[in-house]
Design a protein around this ligand. Structure first.
Ligand code: APR
Length: 313
């Protein structure tokens, strides 16, 4: 069987970690594409990773390029092209610049790899993935956004830190848009199968919900010059792996909704099954009235950004 081909569009902070993780996980050969001014940088990064392989114990063909012809026939495309946040910025502040970048990327992906499973990471996430699908016209099962895996991972981490237990034993779900309106669902969180509210006070749960919503901003403030990159890289790779290995993983992703959760024609973070068919299924959880209200509120924020994307695409 031929090796799989994974293309990373955007070779910055997240792209570099994604490339290393792709190689380490032996998911396939990796192409990293950036703008012509950054060609040396991506070629350098890929050569550096290639030179780590002999001692790292993994083996992939790694290519850095600015030529879209090199991405032809990719099985997976992960997009991080675009500006990251700086302190004081919201994700929506990136829209103007990033929608132009996403439009350019989408047109090229449509031309060179129309059969790829596409994972968008660029912010503001829910509206960028909407724009990418609109421009490519790809089917909804082949285009999704990475945010829920990361938001859920953050929630799980904070629970594990608070209880001093293994993060592997914490299961959780965070729905909604990738921003301050996201909807962590403590009701569905378990620790080793035990409901969270049996092992943690409501006050602490509330604090973790708040911290999760602001987790990206917390990192932006600490870094001082950019946004999170290790955890977004790991989260997007988990989604790529689910597709490439047909794992049928149940995870939260920005998926195109057509009536599910009472929402039609937008991308929003919901639980999905990812396997060889891409987003094979949207899992509908019965929400309480309060939870649905929070999800509707999150959609409102996404809609505002989508209006701007629609005007520009
Ligand atoms: N085509 C390809 N690559 C591009 C383009 C383009 N049109 N425009 C910009 N890029 C590249 C930049 O040259 C840079 O190398 O995208 C890369 C982005 O890397 P970083 O600035 O390091 O940003 P990063 O931290 O990786 O985040 C990327 O993901 O999580 C989101 O908010 C984050 O929108 C941001 C994106």
């Amino acid at each position: 069987m031929a090796r799989k081909k994974i293309t990373l569009i955007g070779g910055g902070q997240i792209g570099g970690i994604q490339a290393l993780m792709c190689a380490q996980k032996q998911l396939g050969d990796v192409v990293m594409l950036d703008i012509p001014e950054m060609e040396g940088m991506v070629k350098g990064k890929m050569l550096d990773i290639a030179e780590s392989q002999a001692v790292g114990g993994y083996d992939a063909k790694l290519t850095g390029t600015s030529d879209y012809a090199d991405i032809a026939g990719s099985d997976v495309v992960i997009v991080t092209a675009g500006l990251p946040r700086k302190p004081g910025m919201t994700r929506d502040d990136l829209l103007d610049v990033n929608v132009k970048i996403i439009s350019n990327v989408a047109n090229n992906v449509k031309k060179y790899c129309p059969d790829a499973f596409c994972i968008i990471v660029t912010n503001p996430l829910d509206s960028m993935v909407y724009g990418f699908k609109k421009i490519t016209g790809f089917s909804k099962n082949m285009v999704c956004g990475m945010a829920g895996v990361l938001d859920t991972s953050r929630f799980r981490s904070f629970v594990a830190m608070e209880l001093d237990v293994s993060v592997e034993d914490v299961a959780a779900t965070v729905l909604g848009g990738h921003g301050p309106t996201m909807v962590p669902l403590p009701r569905l969180c378990t620790v080793g199968g035990i409901p969270l509210n049996e092992v943690m006070s409501q006050e602490k749960i509330d604090a973790i919900v708040t911290r999760t919503r602001e987790a990206g901003t917390e990192i932006v403030k600490l870094l001082g010059n950019g946004s999170a990159f290790f955890s977004p890289a790991a989260s997007s790779l988990m989604m790529a792996e689910a597709y490439l290995l047909d794992k049928k993983s149940v995870l939260t992703a920005a998926a195109y909704l057509e009536g599910e959760y009472g929402i039609d024609g937008y991308y929003l973070g919901v639980p999905v099954v990812i396997g060889a068919g891409g987003v094979e299924k949207i899992v509908e959880v019965k929400l309480t009235g309060d939870e649905q209200a929070l999800l509707d509120n999150s959609l409102k924020a996404v809609k505002t950004a989508v209006v701007e994307v629609d005007e520009r695409t």
